[in-house]
Design a protein around this ligand. Structure first.
Ligand SMILES: Cc1cc2nc3c(=O)[nH]c(=O)nc-3n(C[C@H](O)[C@H](O)[C@H](O)COP(=O)(O)OP(=O)(O)OC[C@H]3O[C@@H](n4cnc5c(N)ncnc54)[C@H](O)[C@@H]3O)c2cc1C
Length: 383
């Protein structure tokens, strides 16, 4: 009998297996999928955020978390995560993980985040190699379907082939239910069937459901998901990190009615990008289009799919199947607002100093009269 059986084969499972083995336990790790697909969502990651007294103090980390989660922040859990995150780099290095400089681009994370050399796939491969070197038994193609409970204590795991594996202790690290669209639809409505899940298709939450059915307590907010804007041309599952749309803060985002629905520049992109999936999920058809001027191409990491290009807003509308008149109005309103903001915030080369002057400009703009302004920078979409 194994001392510890670990269900799952991603970051959480591997860290648990390695640590248990280093403390002298015999360990079996059961990964549901094949060796080639092992590593769950962890294989798609690139970096982790950790507190560092010199560069990223606990208070700032907490403020960043509060900034994205708002009232829903679980302060006890956040404090634990932040405190223990300081130990992570040294522990990871001891398992063979190496670091690389932060990527440049829209997400400026070099002060707050550590990038592992070679990305998540290399991280996972390193952990598997370390685990196996230490003597962890790894089996692929074994899905854990349940736990056998004896008077509140788990003494075995049940496999989908009907087999039972006894264990002194069990670690469930089989991911969430990100790839289970029916379960997502329970919280997000029928629109969930339109989602593109860039993570692992194997995370269907079956074991999680089993635990909840057994009376396990749930924690967290099921609608508070970390969801990014994914290129709609991606495969249904496993598109990975290259499908992310990073152009948002450099342009405007419109829904299928050619209407903007959120402030593209509300905050710095590293604190904002994980909100856009949720914002798009609330739009009709769960689809949106990010429009940017050709002049800003190259300032962000592009999606793996090339952008649709057009010489005018009308041509772009035709290419995207949007209402041309409505899109033209949306772009014009946005450009006017940017120009006005520039003038009123006195950032223009010829600043408008008087509030009264600003108000009269606003009136003109509301009436649709032309105002001659010299847009200063990237804020406007041309044509
Ligand atoms: C594209 C992408 C990029 C990301 N980038 C980052 C990043 O840069 N930094 C960051 O901190 N986070 C990132 N995340 C989030 C991060 O991937 C997850 O928080 C993390 O991987 C969770 O680790 P885990 O071990 O709990 O789950 P996973 O890594 O998803 O592992 C779950 C494992 O369980 C296995 N499994 C599932 N069901 C069963 C079963 N019934 N029996 C046995 N095994 C089973 C799966 O095959 C898989 O191996 C990203 C996520 C995605 C999708």
């Amino acid at each position: 009998m194994y001392d510890v059986v670990v269900a799952g084969g991603g970051n959480a499972a591997l860290c648990a297996a390695i640590e248990a083995r280093r403390r002298g336990a015999t360990v079996l790790l059961l990964e549901r999928t094949t060796r080639e697909w092992r590593g769950g969502n962890s294989k798609y990651t690139r970096n982790l955020r950790c507190a560092d007294p010199a560069t990223y103090p606990d208070e700032e980390f907490l403020a960043d978390l509060a900034g994205v989660t708002g009232q829903d922040l679980d302060r006890d859990l956040a404090a634990l995560v932040i405190e223990r995150s300081r130990e992570l780099p040294a522990w990871m290095e001891a398992q063979g993980v190496r670091w690389q400089p932060a990527l440049r681009g829209t997400l400026q994370l070099d002060r707050t985040n550590r990038f592992f050399l070679g990305g998540g796939k290399a991280l996972v491969n390193t952990y598997y190699a370390t685990a196996e070197r230490l003597g962890v038994d790894v089996r692929y193609g074994f899905a854990v379907t349940g736990l056998r409970l004896d008077r509140g204590r788990c003494d075995a795991v049940l496999l989908d082939g009907g087999e039972t594996v006894p264990a002194r202790a069990v670690v469930v690290a089989s991911g969430g239910y990100e790839a289970n669209l029916a379960w997502l639809a329970e919280h997000w409505g029928e629109g969930a069937w339109n989602y593109r899940v860039r993570g692992s298709r194997w995370n269907d939450g079956a074991l999680l459901r089993h635990l909840l059915d057994q009376g396990a307590q749930s924690r967290g907010n099921p609608r508070g998901f970390h969801a990014i804007a994914v290129d709609a041309r991606s495969p249904q599952f496993d598109g990975g990190i290259v499908t992310r749309v990073d152009a948002v803060p450099f342009g405007i985002v419109v829904n299928r009615d050619a209407v903007r629905f959120a402030d593209e520049g509300a905050d710095l992109w590293p604190r904002r990008y994980a909100s856009w999936g949720g914002l798009i999920a609330l739009q009709p058809g769960q689809i949106a289009h990010c429009l940017f001027d050709g002049r800003v191409a190259g300032r962000f990491i592009p999606s793996v799919y090339p952008p649709v290009r057009a010489g005018t807003i009308a041509e772009l509308a035709a290419a995207l199947g949007l209402d041309a008149a409505r899109l033209a109005r949306t772009v014009a309103e946005y450009n006017r607002a940017v120009a006005l903001a520039e003038l009123c915030e006195m950032r223009s080369p010829a600043p408008v100093q008087e509030p009264a002057e600003c108000d009269s400009l606003k009136r003109l703009i509301r009436r649709g009269e032309s105002v001659e302004v010299r847009p200063r920078n990237h804020g406007c979409l041309s044509k």
